[in-house]
Design a protein around this ligand. Structure first.
Ligand SMILES: Cc1cc2nc3c(=O)[nH]c(=O)nc-3n(C[C@H](O)[C@H](O)[C@H](O)COP(=O)(O)OP(=O)(O)OC[C@H]3O[C@@H](n4cnc5c(N)ncnc54)[C@H](O)[C@@H]3O)c2cc1C
Length: 602
């Protein structure tokens, strides 16, 4: 009775393949593929009673969601961009992340590492789409304010205004609490302002994001060093809760002779000086010791100040902890990487730095970090001449700077994933508490702490917060604000893998790569390296998203159903199967996004 559709019209194919917004019910006759028709009613055919298994629409999790440490509704905002509904996309993003323009520039995009599209032709450029939304000039904190809870009358102090402190302050303000942020520096942002250089994150972008946080009522107090100007014990007495997000800002010592010379900088002091608009005198040749983010940013900044810039690293480029894209950009800008080398001592003449004596290394067996251990090669000494050295061995936490109270130090150091410490009203998060040191992890930790603090203040601290985790991973502030499960936080949802999808419906389409303005082609030293997308590019890139695990109402199930048993429920706009479904499973097979499951009939 039903003719199986063999030929799709071009328009129908385009719609199916791009996951477009036009369901077959809204297509014109010429756009529709051939459909089964019956000359008379088929209501009397009880085929549905025979089936052993029945299809059911289910929500699966896109891996981008579970990979995002912030808890962004990645698939949600990308699909809204695809629909050209920019306003909803921005609101979805801001509901989880107060720093989208920042993350859109400097996040190491674990969402893209998880993206199923990378198995086909390259992950969706999620970070660039996020940046496009974050840069959208029309949206302010007040746009999200209507979701905020009424005032609770509770007051919380946040120590440190890096991404963790900012995210916690934002979350607490939306939850109806008064928040005061205490920052030792003159401006807010932490390492976003004083660590990450302006060529990756322009400071006016950061100012705009912080403006959004002051928009929702958060108060900032600058040049307040907790531990000197005020002590944590007093703060615990004066506030209903205290969140410590003081970061890891103490430089690891090199432990070699001459380290205290004026021309031996710590990476953070050097980057901080440059961020303050002061040009340090580093001479014509600068050696940077280390292989992490700080080393690469210091080396690229030194290049921009006109110096020949050499990174000295004890392993090879492959083992460098810095992000690969940053290493590639540094090399493209002319930074030299001297692999398999360690510094032995500084060469000083009458107190003036002339160079570094070094030793070659070779790689041995893997150590506790899983990376191959660098072993000294006897007799391989060599010298590098330079006028300055930057120590970028890495940063450590210094809780002792905050308080000498050992009990409080212990409490802060043992804070759990929700920031809860052994002291009931003391919470901690971000780099200060360890774990992965990235902006996204710091924001995620700040958000979780905001939820835990809210629970503590409302006296419901024993109620589990785990239900607000997305697929058991990052937490959703938006779900918490609604005090309910969302589609993605409900337990037991499966994360969709590439093999679960039906890739035949997604034609190969190259990812949009944006040309970078590297050092040789830029006209101002610290101008931004990476350009952003315009709206058309953002929509085009968003169209590459599979929307893994979510029904986009593409209508393929309806088209292929031999019984015509699939239709749209007009009440909630969802697709449903009626009693004529005989459980053949074609819809399950054909669904491009794995949004239909075949379940045993009970
Ligand atoms: C050079 C560099 C580049 C990086 N690049 C990237 C990147 O590209 N992408 C990425 O994801 N991550 C990057 N990181 C890591 C990232 O910046 C950190 O993981 C993140 O900033 C940690 O956030 P936080 O809020 O915990 O701490 P921080 O950003 O360090 O903020 C802590 C704040 O607390 C303040 N504070 C400290 N002590 C006190 C006190 N006693 N009283 C008052 N205030 C105090 C500090 O002044 C600071 O403002 C980089 C790190 C460095 C060093």
């Amino acid at each position: 009775m039903r003719k199986h559709p063999e030929i799709f019209s071009d328009a129908a194919l385009r719609h199916i393949k791009t996951g477009g917004t036009k369901p077959p019910g809204e297509m014109t006759a010429s756009e529709l593929p051939p459909m089964a028709v019956s000359w008379s009613s088929t209501e009397h055919l009880p085929v549905g009673e025979w089936k052993e298994k029945a299809p059911k629409y289910v929500r699966g999790l896109s891996p981008c969601l579970t990979h995002c440490p912030v808890g962004n509704d990645v698939e949600g905002f990308v699909s809204k961009v695809r629909d050209n509904d920019i306003e909803t996309a921005v609101k979805l993003l801001l509901a989880e992340n107060p720093l989208p323009a920042t993350c859109g520039r400097v996040c190491y995009h674990p969402c893209e590492d998880g993206c199923n599209r990378k198995e086909l032709d390259g992950a969706v450029g999620i970070r660039a789409i996020e940046r496009y939304l974050g840069d959208h000039p029309e949206f302010k904190g007040s746009d999200i304010w209507q979701q905020a809870k009424p005032s609770s009358g509770k007051k919380i102090a946040v120590i440190g205004s890096g991404p963790s402190g900012l995210a916690c302050a934002w979350g607490l303000a939306l939850l109806g609490h008064k928040v005061e942020v205490y920052e030792q520096k003159e401006k807010a942002g932490g390492l976003l302002r004083y660590g990450i250089p302006a060529y990756r994150l322009p400071k006016d972008v950061l100012d705009r994001e912080i403006g959004r946080i002051t928009d929702v009522g958060v108060k900032f107090f600058y040049s307040w060093k907790i531990g000197e100007d005020r002590i944590i014990k007093d703060m615990l007495a004066a506030f209903d809760a205290v969140f410590v997000a003081a970061g890891a800002v103490k430089t690891r010592q090199l432990g070699i002779q001459g380290e205290n010379n004026n021309n031996v900088w710590s990476a953070l002091d050097f980057l901080n000086t440059v961020a303050n608009g002061i040009i340090p005198d580093i001479g014509a040749r600068c050696v940077i010791i280390g292989g992490g983010n700080s080393a690469v940013d210091a080396a690229r900044s030194a290049r921009r100040l006109g110096a020949e810039s050499t990174i000295l690293y004890r392993r090879t480029c492959n083992e460098m902890p810095a992000h690969q894209a940053e290493i590639d950009d540094a090399i493209a800008e002319g930074v030299i990487i001297s692999e398999l080398a360690v510094p032995l001592e500084f060469i000083l003449e009458d107190g003036t730095l002339r160079g570094v004596n070094c030793l070659r290394t070779r790689l041995g067996e893997p150590d506790s970090s899983g990376r191959r251990k660098p072993l000294p090669v006897p007799g391989s000494d060599f010298a590098i001449e330079c006028e300055s050295v930057i120590n970028a061995l890495g940063e450590m936490v210094s809780s002792e700077d905050l308080t000498s109270n050992l009990q409080l130090i212990r409490a802060m150091k043992t804070a759990d994933a929700w920031g809860k410490s052994m002291h009931p009203s003391l919470f901690a998060g971000g780099d200060f508490t360890g774990g992965e040191r990235t902006v996204a992890h710091a924001i995620g930790g700040g958000k979780r702490a905001a939820m835990a603090i809210d629970r503590f203040l409302l006296g419901t601290k024993n109620e589990s917060l785990e239900r607000y985790r997305v697929g058991g991973g990052p937490a959703s502030l938006a779900s918490y604000l609604r005090s309910g499960d969302s589609e993605v936080t409900a337990g037991g949802i499966r994360t969709i893998q590439f093999d679960d999808l039906n890739p035949a419906y997604f034609p190969a389409r190259e990812r949009a790569y944006l040309e970078k303005h590297l050092l040789e082609s830029r006209d101002f030293e610290f101008s931004e390296v990476e350009p952003g997308m315009n709206q058309a590019q953002a929509i085009e890139e968003a169209e590459r998203c599979f929307s893994c695990g979510r029904c986009t109402k593409c209508g393929l199930c309806q088209i292929f159903c031999p019984e015509g048993a699939v239709r749209k429920n007009n009440k909630n706009d969802l697709m449903i199967f009626d009693s004529h479904c005989k459980g053949c499973g074609i819809c399950v097979e054909e669904c491009p996004r794995c949004a239909i499951e075949f379940r045993e009939e009970s």
